[in-house]
Write a protein that binds this ligand. Structure first.
Ligand SMILES: [Zn+2]
Length: 75
């Protein structure tokens, strides 16, 4: 399970942004942001409880960023 302290500044992660505005960081992006993401991720947002399908995106973590809610990929 990811926790906020697992994120390293400057590292890339796969994340989605829920309709409620929460950014969910799901897992490490081993391609350093250069990979191609296709499709979407289906998961339940722990913030608003809404289950949906969200387009995945590369996300580079910075300590000042808005990332604050981290969930395991619901595979
Ligand atoms: Zn949400």
């Amino acid at each position: 399970m990811f926790s906020l302290t697992d994120l390293s500044a400057g590292d890339w992660y796969i994340s989605i942004v829920c309709l409620c505005g929460e950014r969910l960081v799901l897992f490490s992006d081993l391609t350093q942001g250069r990979g191609s993401l296709k499709g979407s991720l289906e998961l339940t947002c722990p913030s608003c409880g809404k289950r949906g399908s969200y387009p995945a995106e590369h996300y580079r973590y910075e300590p000042s960023s808005e990332a604050r809610l981290l969930v395991r990929h619901a595979s």
